[in-house]
Design a protein around this ligand. Structure first.
Ligand code: NAD
Length: 480
């Protein structure tokens, strides 16, 4: 069985303890590889390697750093098929999705920051003839980058690309649930000639290897994407050490449908925004609010479309949905469906685990689930489920739906459907989310600020925001 290895100081190495964890293929429900159960001694070695590499990497020209990141991007493109298959096997997502979204976006992240850094300028402020202020932005040191399982290589590269481009060295920990593509990525870094210690990848549990990265005094900045509860723990550990923190956390995103929308477009997009990647995208719209005059029609036609979504073997071309990521996650999602029923919800379609035939007989598959009849305040509509479950609720006025949309602790993303441009602007302005889509969903321009308000996070990724996070500004004021 394949043993994943850590990537430390430019080498692939075994964990010092010699201990490994099981890595599951969720579509088969079977262990198919082993992952290092790294502890603080592995993390310590990774941080030492990153500290050692920092002086040279941070003083390398931005062109040279960019060349290496671009080389890695080229190698990701070369291995597109292999990486997509690995991502699908590790995560349960349809191979087609990994091929069209995850892997292309991973190379795009590397390329974007390889070039963005060449255009990253710092400001000068000249108040009068006597004084000139100019601001330098220098890399900070060893960055800790911790990523989740839902878009494994996509979100892993979304952090390390700006960190490295800005001149930091990195100790990264991918999710222990989906470690495979980060491991394959470490091999590509070696092939691309990434200098030893510039990027270090330590595999293992969040509570052990992850926590050791957060606690270490020589990691002055942490970029984390994951759950809100984990984010709280990380913030509590890092705050007394005054570490720089970027936290991209959970969501409970509203999908707001006004009666004057382009109905067919809303239907088609809402099926995707509800169930893409089995609903395991932090940007999925899990609460659909529909204006009363079109509510009944929307529920009927949406449910008809959802019933046609084919849940199947992720490797088969016709599968629109694959497996959820793990057995424990499947149980969590199913328990929320039970909760929704206890809270008085009606399951319009789905609501159960599905048993497939053949190699997927033991896999973790859930039917896409649509629930109506719930109030916006119940737990089902307040807590993040992060699976193939959406609720639909009617509303009567703009004011009312803004209140519904803003009623959760989260504020990551929102979608608004209306052909009335003035209303689109008004509602977009009033909804408390860091990312708003009007008459579209998941359209991403890597230059835009990305992240959430309230308990969906602190700080923003993307474009200059990430490069600002990964650098320390210093203002120099000269009396001329
Ligand atoms: P998680 O919080 O359980 O784990 C995320 C990462 O943190 C993993 O690598 C894990 O090992 C690590 N970790 C866990 N405990 C840690 C600790 N004490 N110290 C350091 N690291 C620790 O999240 P998950 O279940 O992997 O991912 C799902 C969550 O991620 C959902 O809530 C989803 O909304 C969120 N998410 C947010 C965004 C965003 O951009 N806002 C994007 C994707 C996913």
């Amino acid at each position: 069985m394949e043993k994943i290895q850590n990537y430390i100081g430019g080498q692939l190495v075994v964990p010092l303890s010699g201990n490994y964890l099981d890595n599951y293929n969720p579509a088969e429900g079977k262990v198919y590889s082993l992952i290092p159960d790294s502890d603080e001694s592995d993390v310590k070695n990774a941080i030492e390697a990153a500290k050692k590499a920092f002086p040279e990497w941070s003083s390398l020209s931005i062109t040279e750093r960019g060349k290496i990141l671009n080389k890695v991007a080229d190698l990701i493109d070369r291995d597109h098929e292999k990486l997509a298959l690995a991502e699908s096997n590790d995560n349960g997502k349809p191979l087609k999705l990994a091929k069209s979204v995850d892997i292309p976006r991973a190379s795009a992240n590397m390329r974007f920051y390889a070039t963005a850094i060449q255009h990253f300028a710092s400001e000068a402020h000249i108040p009068d003839d006597q004084y000139i202020n100019y601001t330098t932005r220098k890399p900070v040191g060893v960055a800790g980058c911790i990523s989740p399982w839902n878009l494994p290589l996509y979100l892993f590269t979304w952090k390390i690309a700006p960190a490295l481009a800005a001149g930091n060295t990195v100790v990264a920990k991918p999710s222990e649930i989906t470690p495979m593509t980060a491991y394959l990525f470490s091999k590509l870094c070696i092939e691309a000639g990434m200098p030893a210690g510039v990027l270090n990848i330590v595999h293992g549990l969040g509570s052990k290897a992850g926590q050791a990265i957060i606690e270490h005094p020589d990691v002055p900045l942490i970029s984390f994407t994951g759950g809100t509860e984990t984010g709280k723990r990380i913030a509590a550990t890092a705050a007394p050490m005054f570490k720089k923190l970027s936290l991209e956390l959970g969501g409970k995103n509203p999908n707001i449908v006004f009666a004057d929308c382009d109905f067919e477009k809303v239907l088609a997009t809402s099926v995707m925004s509800s169930f893409a990647n089995q609903g395991q995208i932090c940007l999925c719209g899990s609460r659909i609010f529909v204006e009363r005059p079109i509510y009944d029609r929307f529920v009927k036609e949406f449910v008809e479309k959802v019933k046609k979504l084919n849940v199947g073997d992720p490797l088969e071309e016709g599968s629109k949905m694959g497996a959820v990521v793990s057995k424990s996650h499947m149980k969590k999602v199913l328990s929320y469906i039970e909760l929704a029923k206890e809270e008085g919800g009606t399951v319009e379609t789905g609501g159960n685990q599905i048993k497939l035939d053949g190699r997927c007989a033991e896999g973790y598959f859930i039917t896409p689930t649509v629930i109506t009849g719930l109030n916006h305040t119940c737990r089902t509509n307040q807590e993040e489920i992060f699976g193939p479950v959406v609720t639909i609720m009617p509303f009567d006025s703009e004011e009312e739906v803004i209140g519904f949309a803003n009623s959760t602790a989260y504020g990551l993303a929102a979608t608004i459907w209306t052909e009335n441009l003035k209303r689109a602007h008004r509602v977009a302005d009033a909804v408390k989310s860091g990312v708003i889509w009007v008459n579209c969903w998941l359209v991403r321009d890597l230059r835009t600020p990305f992240g959430g308000m309230k308990q969906s996070g602190v700080g923003r990724e993307g474009g200059w925001e990430a490069l600002r996070f990964f650098t320390e500004p210093k203002n120099i004021c000269i009396n001329t």
